[in-house]
Design a protein around this ligand. Structure first.
Ligand SMILES: *Cc1c(COP(=O)(O)O)cnc(C)c1O
Length: 387
């Protein structure tokens, strides 16, 4: 009999505390979620600025659905590239201070497409160990020599670069998705440049949230196209919508349009999603208060958690993980928090390394001080013991 190993695999996942199940949400995305007949406060979404259900973003989406319909009809290079997509690309280029920007249907596809386009057999791709799965998969799929350097370790990177062959691409998360810390981008840019390598930064969790105008980690560090040749951002997190983009030189973007398979062979995003994102981009830039409020909530959470004796990670971002260690224990804490009315996800291997299962608390500008205080009380009451 074929495929009999599948059910054994599922049983094994369950025994290891690694079985995952989906919660069915019966309300708009937001701070208060309705699930399984009750209302909970959401501390696990990536909607850091509270834009996923913002009235102006919803209105832009509806207006554009009337103007463009729902489906884009085809890939960008066939007949799916609308005025809405084009305008968003121009605005994203201006926003990031790059020559051009190119929309992708998802961040996962953007990362696969960029890495497999820029490096191949005979080249070298060098990635931070803790990079997002889509970046690691892109590196593996590229056929280039694939090297991982120790987390945020530019000395280790320099050693690997010195021995690397062909075209060299250094790839890193900006804000690390499961740890919340920031990559040492100025040092990475210097190291890459010293070895004639290009640097690619995936700032999925920094864009919108960091930088005076929401330009992310690159704005915070003042890094231009000459320092970071490839900037990738997602639109489903801080921007609250869906999709992704890559920004950089004219040469980079034209190369991607001509040759990136995950760009060419897929249907363009619905134009209404592009119009909704244009509305959210305006809010990201204009509403400085969202970033200020988020920063205050992050400070409140960190000082409260430290008072409770919880072990925090070195993160200034809205991603505030509490490492538990054991997967089953992390799930048990997540369930106890849910019973107390707080939705916090337990993140387990293989998303994170063995023995580092964690509660991944994420904060949003939509939270208020009372909610954060409530979460801290609940964490104290269940006496989270960290591994
Ligand atoms: C979410 C995420 C992605 C994937 O983006 P999608 O648009 O959800 O496919 C890529 N990189 C990082 C760092 C992410 O957090």
């Amino acid at each position: 009999m074929a495929f009999t190993h599948l059910s054994a695999k599922l049983t094994q996942l369950a025994e290891q505390g690694l079985y995952r199940s989906r919660r069915v949400i019966d309300s708009p995305q937001g701070i208060r979620l309705h699930l399984d007949g009750s209302s909970v406060i959401n501390f696990c979404s990536n909607d850091y600025l509270g834009l996923a259900n913002h009235p102006a973003v919803v209105a832009a989406f509806k207006t554009a659905a009337d103007a463009y319909g729902v489906g884009s009809g085809a890939a960008h290079l066939v007949c799916g590239h609308s005025t809405a997509h084009h305008a968003l690309e121009e605005e994203l280029a201006a926003f990031t201070g790059r020559e051009r920007a190119l929309l992708f249907s998802t961040g996962y596809m953007a990362n696969i497409g960029v890495i497999t386009t820029l490096v191949g057999r005979g080249d070298t791709v060098l990635e931070d160990r803790l990079n997002h799965a889509s970046l690691l998969d892109g590196g593996l799929a590229s056929n280039a020599a694939f090297k991982r350097y120790a987390h945020a370790d530019t000395t280790h990177l320099a050693l690997l670069l010195a021995a690397a062959a062909g075209n060299k691409l250094v790839v890193t998360d900006g804000v690390f998705s499961m740890d919340g810390d920031a990559a040492p981008l100025p040092e990475l840019a210097r190291t890459a440049k010293a070895h004639q390598a290009w640097l690619m930064v995936d700032d999925a969790h920094g864009l919108g949230v960091l930088g005076a105008h929401g330009g992310g980690l690159l704005e915070q560090f003042g890094l231009g196209q000459d320092d970071v040749q490839v900037l990738m951002g997602t639109l489903g997190k801080g921007f609250g919508t869906f999709g992704a983009f890559v920004a950089g030189s004219e040469l980079l973007i034209e190369t991607l349009i001509q040759t990136a398979r995950t760009y060419i062979y897929t249907t363009a995003l619905p134009p209404a999603v592009a119009e909704a994102t244009r509305a959210s981009l305006r809010l990201v830039q204009a509403d400085t208060w969202r970033r200020d409020k988020l920063a205050a909530l992050i400070r409140q959470f960190r000082s409260g958690a430290a008072q409770l004796g919880l072990q925090l990670m070195p993160s200034d971002s809205p991603i505030q993980p509490l490492i538990i260690g054991d997967s089953q224990q992390a799930v048990a804490y997540s369930q106890a928090l849910l019973a107390a009315g707080f939705l916090v996800s337990a993140i387990r291997p293989p998303t994170v390394a063995q023995g580092t299962a964690r509660l991944r608390v994420t904060l949003s500008a939509g939270h208020d001080e009372t909610m954060v205080a409530g979460l801290l009380d609940a964490l104290g009451a269940i006496r989270v013991a960290q591994g």
